[in-house]
Design a protein around this ligand. Structure first.
Ligand SMILES: [Zn+2]
Ligand SMILES: [Zn+2]
Length: 365
């Protein structure tokens, strides 16, 4: 069938909206009519070739939509189901079997390989095959074929056009807090970075009952906005040393911290701001080869723990319904981070995300 899709063709250039041919879903796939898709930092860095993902490709990995075809071997889904599409994973490796599919040993191939495991691509046009299956989905398309085991049914009483970001950016920040850091009620949490991932981490910290929630960034407006959503303290790290500020606020160090930036000096600040036996997590992507220096002599005495967290270490089928429940109860107002754009305005949405004027753009088809 024909479908419109946004194609990434060269680093730093706008996505091109083209009409492509979409092939038939394979036995383990669903064909989904995408209703809306979030835009995530990872889409921008792949467009710009931080990772060597072959171009041209249809990006997009925060898709939400409606099932319109069900592959022959897929059970548990019907035409008309409303779904949010999570990352792909193999389902059979040691990490998948242990309940940590976001650490699937085949994660890179399945999510960044931009083709099926057997080598075919779902999209094509007169120029030849176009990369598909980005994060198992390539959701910047009106119709796409997705890996069924990453697909989460969400019921019919939900605002589907809002939910795509639960499949990556919002899951990344909130999952790092709820699944990995697991702050105790009454504890302190610091979040470095007030993008959508950091704000989602902040909302999760609040939902966990953390009572000191410190947001660190260099953009005053974003820090003010964070206060309206649950931050108890903000630190402008352009103006003050964030480590000293956090130690003063917490009386010696913060119990839990999240670095959403992947910037080496910020990662070091996060580690140095932790209390004794504190727990920090890195979720921000850095270019391959990025290193950060540490004083391991001092760190040994601190007993701290640092986790590297992919996609919130979530099991999307278990976690996304929990986020929806929290949202329905008013305890996780992630909708306040989002702004909707027409699909035709996808490059404007990328630009607004890059300059920080929109936290979480969602393109609506
Ligand atoms: Zn696996
Ligand atoms: Zn993402």
């Amino acid at each position: 069938m024909k479908t419109r899709a946004a194609v990434a063709t060269a680093p730093g250039t706008d996505l091109e909206i083209r009409e492509l041919e979409l092939d038939e879903p394979r036995a383990d796939e669903l064909q989904v009519k995408i209703v809306a898709s979030g835009i995530c930092h990872t889409d921008a860095i792949i467009r710009d070739q931080w990772y060597p993902v072959p171009l041209p490709v249809v990006l997009g990995h925060e898709g939400a939509g409606i099932v319109e075809k069900v592959g022959a071997d897929v059970v548990g889904y019907e035409v008309g189901d409303q779904v949010v599409i999570g990352p792909a994973f193999c389902g059979s490796c040691e990490q998948c079997l242990a309940g940590h599919p976001m650490y699937c040993v085949n994660f890179y191939d399945r999510n960044f390989g931009v083709q099926r495991p057997e080598g075919s691509k779902a999209f094509s046009d007169a120029s030849g095959p176009i990369g598909s299956h980005f994060f198992g989905q390539s959701s910047f398309a009106e119709h796409t074929n997705v890996v069924a085991h990453g697909v989460v049914k969400v019921g019919n009483d939900v605002p589907l056009d809002l939910l795509g970001p639960l499949g990556c950016g919002i899951m990344t920040g909130s999952g790092a807090v709820l699944n990995v850091l697991q702050p105790k009620p009454g504890s302190s949490v610091a979040v470095f970075g007030t993008g959508a991932v950091g704000m989602a981490g902040m909302l999760a910290a609040k939902a966990s009952g953390a009572t000191t929630i410190i947001m660190v960034d260099i953009v005053p407006e974003r820090l003010e906005f964070a206060k309206t959503l649950g931050a108890t303290h903000t630190v402008n790290s352009k103006e003050v040393d964030p480590v000293a500020a956090i130690k003063e606020i917490t009386g010696g160090g913060v119990n839990y911290a999240l670095d959403t930036t992947g910037v080496p000096p910020v990662f070091a600040q996060m580690i140095n701001s932790l209390a004794t036996r504190g727990h920090g997590a890195l979720v921000g992507a850095a270019k391959l080869g990025t290193e950060a220096p540490f004083d391991i002599g001092t760190l040994l005495l601190s007993g701290i723990k640092v986790s590297m967290v992919i996609e919130g270490d979530a099991v999307p089928k278990e976690f996304i319904p929990r986020l929806i429940s929290l949202h329905q109860q008013g305890l996780f107002p992630f909708d306040k981070l989002t702004k909707k754009y027409a699909f035709e305005d996808i490059n404007q949405a990328f630009a607004d995300s890059a300059d920080g004027s929109t936290l979480k753009p969602i393109v609506v088809f």
